[in-house]
Write a protein that binds this ligand. Structure first.
Ligand code: PA5
Length: 445
């Protein structure tokens, strides 16, 4: 049991031979990945990660998570992009979008350093008042502005509150040897965890980057890694027709070739919202370069059927949808009959709400295909650590192959630097004087 790709609803939008014709290109992408001969081949550590991870560090992660659970009411996880999204995605998917509001014996978790909003930071600070805090700061470089700024604030808060003992509550996930954060951690005696050299941010959720917060939230990281290991084995199959991650990648590519500019990842449970954010970064940063790539977007139904549904059904035909069909919800709710039937909804009664949710999905797929929108389906048996680990690896493998099919480097993100250079210049960072003058002249125009 694991995530599978169902192309049944693509009939009429795409012929089987169109996918079969991509077999040589997929085989070449597979070879480039596994023989490490393709673009970005120094960032392929994620391929073997589910088996070849640092077992000593893994044990330290579990011990640190247990310590955080004992010492803190609130864990602040500081990071941005690949140093943030994976952990939050897994925690919300496995636990709940409402994790912090649930009755639990694990700390509340707030994510900071993923924006520069003073209001957001003040709100988290006020939530922390009178409560015991721990901080996990995650930054490969240690110099990324958003998390560095947030860490400055929380470091001071912890030092003011706990004095010397603050260092027992600060956990750093960063480069193994170099960088500002590593230097500071060594100097201050903070416990450190490693972002491996050969794993890029958006592929790092199964390293300490994701695993420490995920374990602190009470998720079983052994099972998560076991699921990913299962996927690594199953998805090492080179034959396109026997590898669902490759069939998914080939289908996305073929739809892009046929003029679709956007993929909408569709889920029917709010617990998937942050996983969709993780998917957006994974595919957006990996494919969106050299003027190529599908724009990755996401919706949650039925919520967004009442907002974006109109566009999807009748608007310009720029997109296709990939439905995530979770066969078994984490919890179900029995709809009871009402003697007065005051709302006229007795036709829904005496069944589980998951049946209604599934029917909303079937109805939507039928409506959207009827409206000319190609719909692919990823079927996921249920939500647990094993399945989520498998799914993460599935998307990573599909994404890497998608990048190679497009002929881009799926493991770099040169475009992310542009805003940073301008921001540094405008904020007066030393070394950016020339750019600052040019930008200020432009703004004054
Ligand atoms: O995918 C990536 O590489 C980025 O999203 C980075 O993870 C993000 O920019 C944060 O970088 P750092 O971990 O160096 O602070």
């Amino acid at each position: 049991m694991a995530i599978t790709f169902n192309s049944a609803y693509l009939d009429g939008f795409m012929a089987d031979h169109e996918i079969a014709a991509l077999a040589p290109a997929v085989q070449a992408a597979h070879n480039a990945l596994h023989q490490k001969t393709g673009l970005g081949n120094d960032f392929l550590g994620w391929i073997d990660l589910p088996e070849n991870y640092d077992k000593e560090e893994f044990a330290r992660i579990k011990a640190a998570a247990a310590k955080i659970q004992k010492q803190a009411d609130v864990l602040i996880v500081i990071g941005i992009g690949g140093s943030y999204l994976g952990a939050r995605a897994v925690i919300e998917l496995l636990k709940s979008q409402l994790y912090n509001n649930l009755k639990k014996d694990t700390p509340d978790i707030y994510f900071a350093g993923n924006n520069v909003s003073p209001s957001y930071l003040q709100e988290i600070l006020s939530i922390c008042e009178g409560r015991d805090i721990a901080v996990n700061v995650i930054s490969k470089s240690g110099t990324t502005t958003e998390p560095a700024l947030a860490f400055r604030v929380f470091k001071k808060l912890l030092e003011d509150k706990y004095g010397e003992a603050a260092k027992e509550r600060i956990y750093c996930t960063t480069d193994k040897a170099k960088g500002t954060l590593k230097e500071l951690a060594d100097r201050m005696g903070y416990q450190t965890f490693v972002v491996p050299d050969d794993v890029g941010g958006r592929y790092s959720v199964l390293t300490a980057v994701g695993l420490l917060p995920i374990a602190a939230a009470g998720c079983d990281i052994d099972a998560l890694m076991a699921g990913a290991a299962k996927a690594r084995k199953a998805l090492a199959e080179p034959d396109l027709m026997k590898n669902d991650a490759y069939r998914y990648a080939a289908t996305r590519f073929a739809l892009n070739q046929k003029g679709k500019a956007m993929e909408l990842l569709v889920s029917f449970d709010p617990c998937f919202v942050m996983m969709a954010e993780w998917y957006k970064q994974l595919f957006g940063e990996s494919e969106g370069k050299d003027d190529k790539g599908l724009f990755p977007n996401a919706v949650t139904f039925s919520t967004d059927l009442h907002s974006l549904g109109q566009f999807i059904q009748d608007g310009s035909k720029i997109l296709f949808e990939t439905f995530v069909d979770i066969k078994k919800p984490k919890q179900d709710l029995f709809i009871e009959s009402d003697a007065q039937n005051f709302d006229g909804l007795n036709f829904l009664s005496n069944q589980n709400m998951s049946i209604v949710n599934k029917t909303v999905m079937d109805a939507t797929i039928l409506a959207h295909t009827e409206g000319g929108v190609p719909c692919a389906v990823l079927e996921m048996p249920e939500i647990n650590e094993q399945e989520v680990g498998y799914m993460i690896y599935f998307f990573e493998k599909a994404c890497a192959v998608s990048g190679y099919l497009l002929g881009v480097n799926p493991f770099d993100q040169p475009g992310v630097e542009s805003y940073k250079k301008n921001m540094f210049a405008l904020l007066g960072k030393p070394g950016y004087e020339e750019r600052q003058a040019a930008l200020k002249a432009k703004l004054a125009e």
